[in-house]
Design a protein around this ligand. Structure first.
Ligand code: DGP
Length: 135
């Protein structure tokens, strides 16, 4: 679907385009000015983005953070990527969403699952360290 926008076959309100990336308005914005940044190459999740494109992708994300906040007079922003879970479009996309104080968005990261004797933090850290060593 986002490949259709990249190819110019589907309409979108574009805010930035270069050789590798496209940024356009989400058509169901959480708040007006909600931007989606996508790589033109079709990858589904962040870890599939070729290494040489990661830096430019996030440099552009930083610029969009400033542009969305400064251009719209927002107090802050929500920047997020859904990877598989809650990802309705299987093409990597980074949301840049303008936020205002008391804007009414209920964004709750919970419930929390604390570490305990059965689930010690060090065990989780070990498993992640071991997997990191294989990347
Ligand atoms: P996510 O839930 O993280 O997969 O977000 C996908 C977003 O993409 C969702 O907020 C709606 C937006 N979206 C889906 N299809 C289109 C489209 O064809 N055009 C535009 N502009 N946005 C789309």
């Amino acid at each position: 679907m986002f490949c259709g926008i990249v190819a110019g076959e589907l309409p979108a309100a574009t805010v930035h385009e270069d050789h590798d990336t496209l940024a356009f308005l989400d058509h169901r914005p959480l708040f007006r000015g909600h931007v989606l940044l996508v790589p033109k190459v079709h990858v589904t999740i962040l870890s599939e983005l070729p290494a040489e494109r990661v830096g430019p992708f996030f440099t552009l994300a930083q610029r969009l953070e400033r542009a969305v906040e400064d251009g719209l007079g927002a107090d802050g922003s929500l920047i997020m990527i859904n990877n598989v879970i809650s990802q309705s479009v299987p093409h990597l996309h980074l949301h840049v969403i303008p936020r205002r104080k008391k804007d009414g968005l209920r964004f709750w990261l919970g419930p929390r699952h604390p570490y305990d004797d059965e689930h010690p933090a060090e065990e989780y850290a070990n498993r992640i360290r071991a997997a990191l060593a294989n990347t």
